[in-house]
Write a protein that binds this ligand. Structure first.
Ligand code: PGA
Length: 258
């Protein structure tokens, strides 16, 4: 089945609003003919200017995190409705930096997932195992638990709106990239889990992205794999020319695939 293809740039805590709009201005002509949907997860302060700037273009702007409450006395937090009104269309949830540095649990991510859907933000749910978990053979167990708890009691028609991202923690920002064989095996496993949780038809329609030290050259090996429907790129997305190169390589390499 043909699935949507995505190239998601995750800027993390980089770029001011001015830098964000300059970036988009450089990026747009370079990706005019690219095939994947290009999403940019920008810092909160750049959502409004970036989404205004990207209006009526193919670039979609979103956030990197949100709180699970509708509103409330939570100093320093941000609500989904605020992101939506500022122009965000999607939100990354459960990124390993949120899980590890900010101690987000599966339960917290589950609540955020529900809230994002209520606020009409498309969730990009990140799952991934640590090096220790990988070395002790726990990858599948950890991923299944992360996935199952995020989707717990979420109506199937809503769960269907998500994008899933496999981001092995040992590959994020480390320069280590999962081999195509390892990544494909994990993606196929995740699709089987989705199938058990949501049914095969829905599982077949959900795009599963790979993330972790992704560079333009990796497009050739990774996105040709059957169950890899795109990439979530951190460091390499900070330069618009590098992101555009990934988009172009991606387009070439998936011509026959999807
Ligand atoms: P990286 O980050 O590409 O810099 O490894 C990926 C991510 O954190 O989403």
């Amino acid at each position: 089945m043909a699935r949507e293809l995505y190239l998601v740039g995750n800027w993390k805590m980089y770029k001011t609003s001015r830098e964000a709009t300059d970036y988009i201005q450089t990026l747009l002509p370079l990706i005019a003919k690219s095939k994947p949907n290009v999403f940019l997860a920008v810092p909160y302060t750049s959502i409004a200017p970036a989404s205004q700037f990207a209006k009526e273009t193919s670039v979609v702007i979103g956030a990197q995190n949100m709180n699970d409450a509708r509103e409330g006395a939570f100093t320093g937090e941000i609500a989904g409705l605020m992101l939506k009104e500022a122009g965000a269309s999607f939100v990354i949830l459960g990124h390993s930096e949120r899980r590890q540095i900010f101690h987000e649990t599966n339960e917290m991510i589950h609540k955020k997932f529900i809230r994002a859907l209520q606020d009409d933000l498309q969730p990009i749910l990140c799952v991934g195992e640590t090096l220790e978990e990988k070395d002790s053979g726990k990858t599948e167990e950890v991923l299944l638990e992360q996935l199952r708890s995020a989707l717990d009691r979420v109506p199937k028609e809503d769960a269907n709106k998500m994008i899933l991202a496999y981001e092995p923690v040992w590959a994020i920002g480390t320069g280590l990239v999962a081999t195509p064989k390892i990544a494909q095996k994990v993606h196929a496993f995740l699709r089987t889990c989705l199938s058990e949780l949501l049914g095969k038809r829905k599982a077949d329609a959900i795009s599963i992205l790979y993330g972790g030290s992704f560079k333009p050259d990796h497009v050739f090996e990774l996105v040709a794999e059957k169950d890899i429907d795109g990439v979530l790129v951190g460091g390499a997305s900070l330069d618009p020319k590098t992101l555009a190169l990934i988009a172009m390589n991606f387009s070439k390499n998936t011509q026959e695939k999807k």
